[in-house]
Structures are given as C-alpha cells and as structure tokens.
Design a protein around this ligand. Structure first.
Ligand code: THU
Length: 131
C-alpha cells in the first residue's frame, strides 16, 4: 500500500465516527505531518446547522493543537462509498480550502478518495494571506 493509499484509508476510517445526524453525509480527513504522525478528523454537525465543522478543519486543528510539525499531505474521504456522487462533488468545500491554505504549502498534495490528487494551489489559487 502506498503512503497515499494509507492516508486515504485513514480518512475513510475517520468517517466511522462522523457526527452527521442532519445531513447524514459523513466526511473523513487525515493529515500527514512531516514527522510521520497522522491526525484524523470527521465532520461534526450541530442542531444550529451553521456551527457544523467540516472534517478537514477538525483534522487540521487537531494536528496543530498537538504539534507545530509541517503538513506533508491531507487525504479526504467524502460521502458514502455506495452512493454514486459525481467527481465534481468529491472536493473539499471553499471554507476548508482557505483553512487548508494556512497550513499547506501551494505544492502540498490533497488526496481525495475516488477522485484524483490535487495540489493546494490547484484547489485554491490566490488564497487570502496575511503573511
Ligand atoms: N463537509 C465536510 O466535512 N467537508 C467538506 O469539505 C464538505 C462538507 C460536511 C459538512 C456537513 O456536515 C456535511 O459534509 C454536508 O455538507
């Protein structure tokens, strides 16, 4: 299994604990750090819908809480495996792209289960930055 496959597998596994009673749409994410550690996240919804936090942000915030090690890659697994979603749906949302751009270099890979790999810059060129 390649390191890409392993990270996608971790993102898939993270979906198992998705808290998504409203959308019933599980998402999992796994962040690989340069020191080899992997942090996972899943989407956590709320009865006040707008307070929902996406899987990518949960994983990145968890990683950054534990360590300042650089992010080498992120993998995302979106939706149910038996649900046929168009490839255009298998991408991180805009808000998560902005958050990802804070911690990923432009060339850092973003692996998406069931889709191709992207670089951070492909997903969000011209991201907003204050430094
Ligand atoms: N969701 C994510 O976790 N990541 C994304 O990039 C897209 C959307 C979640 C939020 C919500 O819980 C569910 O998917 C449906 O929008």
């Amino acid at each position: 299994m390649t390191s890409e496959d392993k990270l996608i597998e971790a993102a898939r596994a993270a979906k198992e604990n998705s808290y998504s009673p409203y959308s019933k749409f599980p998402v999992g994410a796994a962040v690989l750090l340069e020191d080899g550690q992997v942090f996972i996240g899943t989407n956590i919804e709320n009865a006040s819908y707008g307070l929902t936090c996406c899987a990518e942000r949960v994983a990145l915030f968890s990683a950054r809480t534990a360590t300042s090690a650089k992010v080498s890659a992120i993998a995302i697994s979106i939706g149910h495996k038996d649900e046929l979603l168009p490839k255009t749906s298998l991408v991180p949302c805009g808000a998560c792209r902005q958050v990802m751009s804070e911690f990923l270099d432009p060339e850092t890979p973003v692996y998406v289960d069931g889709n191709r790999s992207f670089t951070m810059a492909e997903l969000l060129p011209h991201s907003f930055k204050l430094r």
